[in-house]
Design a binder for this molecule. Structure first.
Ligand SMILES: [Zn+2]
Length: 265
């Protein structure tokens, strides 16, 4: 449970918590179950947690690679790139909390460096925090390889420094997404050798294009229904995405999609 859960809890939730504590402190024994149980009954909720092994490498996401995560039809993995950005990232976190769903955030190193408290809040609210380079070059795979590796390594360092105050030489969460999916066989092999998994996506919502939240919502639903789920790529830096997210999450629930949360094995 986070401070925000306690502060922002509805009356219903506060009553539940009071009862649960009175019933013998089950909250301390089962934090995940407690978090789910403390949700509004009509919330979307996280259906299950999928542990993802990355030893020896991993390439998932059908937009770039032949395979994806081990998901059933109508299961969705929510992912957000490019943050943290005060404002829209706060809005995204609020929407996720409201629906009791957990997501994966691929942070840009220099953004985490600029907003370390927000980076830590993403982690504290139960989300997976992963990596997306230091300066977000769109063509890492075409840069001189040592330059590309240096940017990626700087990103791992900046994000882990912001989150944990130190960097061990290996990212704590070994999940990486290439900006613009700009990978290369040499960089992919380098990541695989370090046990870092590469995440593409199964569909995106094109939220780099300017549009109204209404248009963004309609497009997201259209793409969702085309693919019937999978790894979805959104950007928590985009106002139009932050604005439509509450409605999009409600649509997932109404259309009987399930949210799967990914964590390192
Ligand atoms: Zn990006």
């Amino acid at each position: 449970m986070t401070m925000d859960d306690r502060k922002g809890g509805s009356v219903h939730r506060r009553r539940f918590l009071a009862k649960a504590v009175a019933a013998g402190g089950t909250l301390a024994l089962a934090p995940v179950a407690a978090r789910a149980a403390a949700c509004r009954p009509e919330a979307l909720g996280t259906a299950r947690v999928l542990k993802v092994a990355t030893a020896g490498g991993l390439e998932v996401g059908r937009k770039s690679y032949p395979r994806t995560l081990d998901l059933r039809p109508r299961e969705v993995v929510l992912t957000f790139d490019d943050g943290p950005l005060p404002g829209p990232t706060d809005q995204v976190l609020a929407a996720l909390r409201q629906e009791c769903v957990r997501a994966t955030f691929f942070l840009v190193g220099r953004m985490a460096h600029g907003a370390p408290a927000l980076a830590r809040r993403i982690l504290a609210e139960g989300h997976t925090v992963a990596h997306h380079s230091m300066t977000h070059p769109m063509t890492l795979g075409q840069l001189p390889i040592e330059r590309a590796k240096a940017d990626m390594e700087a990103g791992f360092t900046a994000v882990d420094q912001a989150l944990y105050g130190s960097y061990s030489g290996t990212p704590r969460t070994p999940f990486f997404r290439f900006p613009g999916f700009g990978d290369s066989p040499a960089l992919n092999a380098w990541l695989a050798g370090r046990g870092i998994g590469i995440f593409g996506c199964d569909f995106w919502i094109s939220d780099w294009n300017e549009m109204t939240p209404e248009a963004q919502l309609a497009l997201a639903i259209r793409r969702l229904e085309q693919t019937k789920g999978g790894i979805i790529l959104m950007h928590d830096t985009r106002h139009q995405t932050a604005a439509m997210l509450p409605a999009f999450l409600r649509e997932l629930k109404q259309r009987d999609y399930k949210v799967v949360h990914i964590e390192p094995a």
